[in-house]
Ligand binder design. Structure first.
Ligand SMILES: [Zn+2]
Length: 67
């Protein structure tokens, strides 16, 4: 076994509100640790819609860069 490096490209991911389609869902600091799967409450910046997620948006993902 040996380590090997590969090239990745960082990609910012934000979550646009399902309800109004305009606001962005951001963590409001109310985390529910009893909800094991989705502890992070987010709130829409426009309409105030709330939704639970397993991770905090906005987040960064990495995609592999081919060749
Ligand atoms: Zn909204």
């Amino acid at each position: 076994m040996m380590e090997q490096t590969f090239e990745v490209q960082p990609c910012g991911v934000k979550y646009i509100c399902d309800t109004c389609g305009e606001g962005e869902l951001l963590p409001n600091g109310k985390n529910d640790w009893s909800a094991e799967q989705k502890p992070f409450e987010h709130e829409c910046t426009e309409c105030g819609q709330k939704k639970m997620f397993s991770e905090k948006y906005p987040l960064v993902r990495y995609k592999n860069v081919d060749e």
